[in-house]
Design a protein. Sequence first.
Length: 460
Amino acid sequence: MLYPSPYRAGMSSLGFQWILSLLRQAGFSAERAFLPDEDKATGPILSYETSTPLGDFPVLAVSLAYELELAGLVRCLQLAGIPPLRSDRGPWHPRILLGGPLTFSNPLPASPFVDAMLIGEADDTAVPAFAAAYEDRERWLDVVQALPGGFVPERDGLLLPPVARASDENLPARGPILAPEAELHDMFLVEGERGCHRQCTFCVMRRGSAGGMRLVEPADLMALLPEEARRVGLVGAAISDHPKLVELLQALIDSGREVGVSSLRADRVALKPAIPALLRKGGYRTLTVASDAASQRLRRQMAKGTTEAQLFACAEAAALNDYQVLKVYMMLGVPDEQDEDLHELIGFTRRLAAIHPVALGIAPFVPKRNTPLDQAPFAGIKRVEARLDLLREGLKGSRAEVRATSARWAWVEHKLASGGPEAGEAVLRAVERGGRFGDWKRALEAAPVSAALGLGELSA
């Protein structure tokens, strides 16, 4: 099991831990490997359990969370002495199988590097895919291709199968390894629910893409917790929409545990003040919600129902429960964004910060495949940076700070999110040239576009 980011990120991934656990339960000797930290990235990469070189394994299963981790995959293969391109590998090299969150959107840029993929939820398909891998390669590809979500790039081209949906038999996913050096250190990760019932037009986990919500009963979840787990992370795309979340949080806190959640919806925090109160008792210091767009007009257009009144209620809850900061995630550069929307955001944020200190966690909008905004344009690096400058200037003197991700790397993410196999080959060239932004820019701008690559060719 290979995670193409450092250990601290990989061991905070519930999906990575869960597939590892399912394979071990099925009798496989499944080991872990990670991209080394930059100061240790000299190779070769060895497995975490037995220090076996990566190239000695018959199968490498890669969990890919988002587009920029493709560079990590290339680097891992290079450090392991494995040719990154499938076309350069021989029968003695490991077979490479890809899964993970990226497969819900557009995994085609990864296709030059892998033998096969499991698209969507792999709870039911990982074990049979591994079992068949010990047969000859063509027979293995036959088996994977026939599985729900099975995709073989050399056979299927650009035609991805529908996203696989796991049965309820294996749910909920849980991560049994308490890793002190992970970003979510010493935290037992478990699903409180899976999927989302909402229809936000920018999100690949929306109801129309991922199939809705499946809930876990509080009593069933509590029965899964090991005694040694003193910190519990509740994972789910819409965990705060769980109708019994208050009951679940109360049970966790009554058991003497700290608790965290993967996401909070502002409307649920506003409607159920017990949620922020219980989370604070459970060790939370930052109350994190999302507005997703700069103005109420844009939120309506994106089917995001969050209102200013709900966000004000979140600020009041943060103040009442003595949180250090209210963090509000949002995007800049969404379709039809105007200067007036930014001025509305500035005025609103200043009023919000008058109630409680605010940190705006800002990411440039990147359109994703398998969403209604698939064909929306990227706003552009200079435009996003100008908006950030305007926002920072407008918030001077307030108790609000701007924490923004790079517009340059958002452009790279956009090129990969909308690209095909040629974009993946550009990743290899960028890494080989040094991996600086200029290297990426030259490689991606020189990459040809897959002929007629569109929505119809990304799903069967």
